[in-house]
Design a protein around this ligand. Structure first.
Ligand code: NAD
Ligand code: TYD
Length: 350
């Protein structure tokens, strides 16, 4: 019997992790702590709501009193920490929100775990979910390994890098049993439509321009979100204390090639003529400090813990489109209200 705190479980990746753990480990007691910011959505978890091994707690990871109380109440054996501000564009307009949640919030959780577990850290684990963006930007060749020096360039990646440093500092200084993973770009169901793939699906469906920053030559390494959730399960249960594991899809695409592939799928699914959706592609002003290329070497995770991605990108993209087309109500709910103001500011007034 284990009691786990999962933070950020109402978000994109977190909801897939919570679902996997709740279904796979009926003997675990899983507490999902989420502040329900614009990115958090309990609709993502309505299929497991009511499961006897699952509890939702609304709260902020930066709240010191709350976090201490939760550790006292539930006596967590493990933490899987995903809660974060996650969108680079928002970090450019509001960096302090990222410092607060990603840096202070993580430090607050680490400190609460250290206090709660001091004297006996046996069987405990603090798992911090991070990003490949901490490594900076690659040129045309090379891959990020676990040894690549940190070189964050956006307020988002700087805040994530800082939180990673605090996690390692708590390992070395206090002996907190930590593990970290750094993953490439995820895609799949429940992805908030501020990120490239869901935003483009939404716009294509509605015959709105698809905004491509710069020339669309930036490269990302895309991983299906359920494969990330599986990697998190494997690392949480079999990773080694103090170690870092890179997670990636071995699946590099320039943004423009990806959007062309997506447009072809959308044409087919929506019964449009081939080439029709691609006419919506619109090149817009580049993102400030736009990282050119991310690509992950995940061989350590594959070799040492036996994980590998399960899905080819073309198949995953098709599944993702199918999910969005079948879940129009989800999209309607998340794109009403605040989203309209964000979209206007980000795309129409830039
Ligand atoms: P997301 O923005 O979809 O979800 C974040 C969740 O955290 C939301 O449910 C939100 O309500 C919650 N949250 C935000 N601030 C909070 C606070 N102060 N207290 C409590 N909850 C708070 O993000 P995501 O894409 O699911 O990313 C999850 C984690 O994975 C993040 O740590 C991110 O850095 C990391 N990551 C994401 C990707 C990606 O491609 N999306 C890739 C690698 C790593
Ligand atoms: P995004 O999904 O925001 O993820 P990240 O910045 O964390 O990699 O962006 C993926 C890529 O797509 C990135 O190179 C920026 C680009 N992009 C666009 O060209 N247009 C857009 O509207 C968005 C949101 C992103």
């Amino acid at each position: 019997m284990k009691t786990l705190l999962i933070t950020g479980g109402a978000g994109f990746i977190g909801s897939h992790v919570v679902r996997l753990f709740v279904k796979k480990y009926p003997n675990y007691n899983i507490i999902n702590l989420d502040a329900l910011t614009y990115a958090g959505n309990l609709e993502n978890l309505k299929d497991i709501d009511g499961s006897p091994n699952y509890t939702f707690a609304k709260g902020d990871i930066t709240d010191e009193v709350l976090i201490t109380k939760l550790f006292e109440k539930y006596k967590f054996d493990g933490v899987v920490h995903l809660a974060a501000e996650s969108h680079v564009d928002r970090s450019i307009t509001d960096p302090f929100a990222f410092i607060k949640t990603n840096v202070f919030g993580t430090a607050n959780l680490l400190n609460a775990a250290k206090e709660a577990w001091k004297g006996n850290m046996d069987g405990k684990r603090f798992y911090h979910i991070s990003t490949d963006e901490v490594y900076g930007s690659l040129g045309e060749t090379g891959l990020f390994t676990e040894e690549t020096s940190y070189d964050p360039r956006s307020p988002y990646s700087a805040a994530k890098a800082s939180s990673d440093h605090f996690v390692r500092a708590y390992f070395h200084t206090y002996g907190l049993p930590v593990v970290i993973s750094n993953c490439s770009n995820n895609y799949g169901a429940n992805h908030f439509p501020e990120k490239l793939i869901p935003l483009s699906i939404h716009n294509i469906k509605n015959n709105k321009p698809i905004p491509i920053y710069g020339k669309g030559e930036n490269v990302r390494d895309w991983l299906w979100v359920e494969d990330h959730a599986r990697a998190i399960d494997v690392i949480f249960h079999t990773g080694v204390d103090g170690e870092t594991y890179n997670i990636g899809g071995n699946n590099e695409w320039t943004n423009i090639a990806l959007i062309h592939a997506l447009c072809e799928i959308m044409d087919r699914k929506l019964g449009r003529e081939s080439g029709e959706s691609a006419k919506l592609i619109t090149f817009v002003k580049d993102r400030a400090g736009h990282d050119l290329r991310y690509a992950i070497d995940s061989s350590k995770l594959q070799r040492e813990l036996g994980w590998s991605p399960s899905l080819q990108f073309e198949e995953g993209l098709e599944k993702t489109v199918d999910w969005y087309l079948a879940n129009q109500e989800w999209m309607d709910n998340v794109t009403s209200g605040q989203y309209q103001t964000y979209y206007k500011k980000q795309y129409e007034e830039r």
